[in-house]
Design a protein. Structure first.
Length: 573
């Protein structure tokens, strides 16, 4: 059966198509749910009358925006009918919900309303991005803004989380997004933090040509629906409808309302992304090289033109970094499945060759986690991560469609063989020689079972106070010298909520430092994990970051770094 997948990858690579999502039809409802809808033929709904691109009521009282389009889809796929009630302010909308004039409204899932109302699952995750004055470089993290004046919108749900994480930063609260962006444009603030959609839409709407999105943070806000407690069955019905809308459709709606060069498009073809980025970098390099030769002929200073070339190439790579970050699972995805977890992902350069994937299967109590370390650093490594993302996505799609049992060892074999085919590395005469190391873990909460297989990436786990390392198979994937028929080994463990698991690429372990400038090594890394297992996962992440900086000292960073730690609690069938 798995050989079919290899052939499908070749077929996919020929047609450069990597997206298996399909539009859903009518949702399946129980008799109890259908009966409830018959008794509640109209659902009174309202939202924020001035919150575009998400939602608004226009001058004619018509409800418009991203959420409006999603509600239209929900109505088309279910018997639900929404009576959209116009309001003049967000305060009035909240008053309508509290007084019972409406049954539901749009709200962020980190809202204070959670204690009094029911909430659906998130409809749209929206990352919190960094907006600065035109000319500022790409900002990979809030750490680069430690000495800057940063504007935040007063009383927004994510503000408290950001302030708690960075208590010593210079934050300034503003009444609305417009005040913050104008402050950045006028030099009053160095940066503004807001959601991607709201920031991009407002920049365009205000025609602020001197402000742009320069990076994203680790924070995000989730948009859902708050529902009156007397309408409990409505939550389940809405969740089914939300699940029927695939990511491609959501992205199409986002694109309709938001146009900004930074906007993430996670569900378009990854292969096309590789080609587009490569073309962008190569075209930019050739064009500016031609300009450089022409200007040299005219005796213009060589150093200045070289700086321009480097700036253009760097800009292209920085944009590629934004796209690569879109492939990284949001922390929310892992935290909803695991009892406790952390993710540490730091490319050595702007883009990197490390990446990780996480997917929940049809049975939501099952999931697959992959940690990948591709050839090299920078742009070459990033290209390979995009190709591997395509392979991983299609593997998971196949497993879900066919209800296949996850076999991590076989998945490694398939990726190994498929990568050699896609990169035409069947023979020693091949021009390229790219590959990767990987670890794949499948988790089944109902069976309390974890299955691990590794290609040069081990699994560390803590049980009964001791730290154990399961060695990976000493065989990389995809290289010309890799054996396409190599048989990897599965390791099965029965877990409980006291056990802790860790997967790491070799970047942390191989970092030079200490008194003698030697690599840290697996033994010291294992001891470091074992010493701090009583701390929460988030605290362990902070400890690992601090220990790495202290150990590295004045040494250069060797490699990309990826570490994932988690605890998992089983469920009874």
């Amino acid at each position: 059966m798995y050989r079919i997948i290899i052939l499908s990858f070749l077929f996919i690579s020929m047609f450069l198509h990597a997206d298996a999502d399909r539009e859903g039809g009518k949702i399946n409802l129980t008799q109890e749910e259908l009966h409830w809808i018959e008794e509640h033929p109209d659902i009174n709904f309202t939202g924020d009358p001035n919150w575009l691109p998400f939602e608004a009521f226009n001058s004619e009282g018509k409800y418009i925006g991203i959420i409006a389009d999603l509600l239209d889809i929900i109505e088309s796929r279910s018997p639900l009918k929404f009576k959209k009630i116009s309001t003049k302010s967000w305060e009035e909308s909240l008053g309508y919900l509290k007084s019972g004039k409406v049954d539901m409204l749009t709200e962020t899932t980190d809202s204070m309303l959670r204690s009094k109302y029911l909430f659906t699952q998130p409809i749209l995750p929206n990352p919190i991005v960094i907006m600065m004055y035109e000319g500022n470089p790409y900002i990979p993290s809030l750490r680069q803004l430690a000495d800057k004046k940063i504007a935040l919108i007063r009383e927004y749900g994510y503000v408290a989380k950001i302030k708690e994480k960075y208590p010593d930063y210079h934050f300034y609260e503003v009444d609305n997004i417009q005040a913050g962006l104008f402050g950045v444009a006028e030099g009053k603030y160095d940066a503004m933090l807001a959601t991607m959609a709201l920031g991009s839409y407002t920049i365009k709407n205000l025609q602020l040509s001197n402000v742009r999105v320069v990076g994203r943070t680790q924070f995000q806000t989730q948009i859902g629906f708050a529902v009156s407690r007397g309408y409990t069955p409505l939550v389940g019905i809405l969740n089914k409808a939300i699940n029927s809308i695939n990511e491609q459709k959501k992205q199409e709606i986002m694109d309709k309302w938001v146009t900004q060069e930074y906007v993430e498009k996670i569900d378009y073809s990854l292969i096309w992304q590789i080609a587009a980025i490569a073309l962008l970098i190569i075209s930019g390099t050739l064009f500016w090289s031609w300009r450089l030769k022409k200007e040299i002929a005219r005796r213009i200073i060589l150093e200045n033109k070289l700086a321009q070339v480097n700036r253009k190439i760097t800009d292209s790579i920085e944009f590629a970094a934004i796209i690569q970050q879109a492939f990284i699972p949001e922390h929310q995805e892992l935290s909803l499945f695991f009892e406790d977890c952390f993710t540490l992902w730091e490319p050595r350069d702007i883009v990197g060759g490390d990446i990780y994937f996480f997917d929940r299967l049809n049975d939501k109590d099952q999931a697959v986690l992959m940690v990948i370390d591709c050839t090299g650093h920078g742009v070459p490594g990033a290209f390979v991560t995009m190709l591997v993302k395509t392979l991983a996505r299609n593997l998971i799609s196949f497993i879900n469609k066919e209800n296949e049992e996850v076999d991590p060892a076989k998945l490694l074999t398939i990726i190994n063989s498929s990568l050699k085919h896609l990169l035409k590395q069947h023979t020693k005469k091949s021009l390229s020689n790219a590959g990767l190391d990987a670890a794949i873990v499948s988790i089944d909460k109902k069976k309390h079972r974890l299955i691990y297989a590794g290609a040069n990436i081990p699994l560390f786990y803590k049980k009964d106070g001791g730290m154990t390392m399961i060695k990976a198979d000493h065989h990389s994937l995809g290289y010309k010298t890799s054996n396409a028929d190599f048989i990897f080994k599965n390791h099965s463990l029965t877990f409980d909520e006291t056990m802790q698991f860790y997967l790491t690429t070799d970047g942390y372990i191989d970092q030079n430092g200490g008194e003698k400038g030697f690599p840290m090594g697996k033994k010291q890394f294992k001891t470091l994990l074992e010493t701090h297992t009583k701390a929460s996962m988030e605290e362990q992440k902070t400890i690992l970051e601090e220990k790495l900086i202290a150990y590295q000292g004045d040494e250069d960073r060797n490699d990309d770094i990826t570490i994932i730690g988690f605890r998992c609690k089983g469920v009874d069938e």
